[in-house]
Design a protein. Structure first.
Length: 81
């Protein structure tokens, strides 16, 4: 597959979505998993959702969203296994 370089500032979101869907069509047995690491007031959490499964985890309130994001990715790996 040849790499394609597109500038985010000069390319419409529809083009990126179209290219993403092209890649997905070339993959066998793929499925989407969505992740999020968030902070609201003093609560920090991570979540992953895919197929018929969702996982949510509250993490220590001293954590940042930067720490929550990798936790969400780890939850996604559990869903995909």
């Amino acid at each position: 597959m040849k790499a394609l370089c597109l500038s985010k500032s000069d390319t419409s979101p529809e083009i990126f979505q179209s290219k993403f869907l092209e890649v997905c069509e070339g993959l066998q047995d793929h499925y989407h998993v969505y992740t999020d690491g968030s902070r609201m007031n003093s609560l920090v959490g991570a979540a992953a959702a895919g197929r018929d499964v969702s996982k949510i985890l509250q993490i220590t309130d001293k954590s940042s969203i930067f720490a929550a994001e990798p936790v969400a990715l780890n939850l996604a790996l559990d869903i995909g296994a």
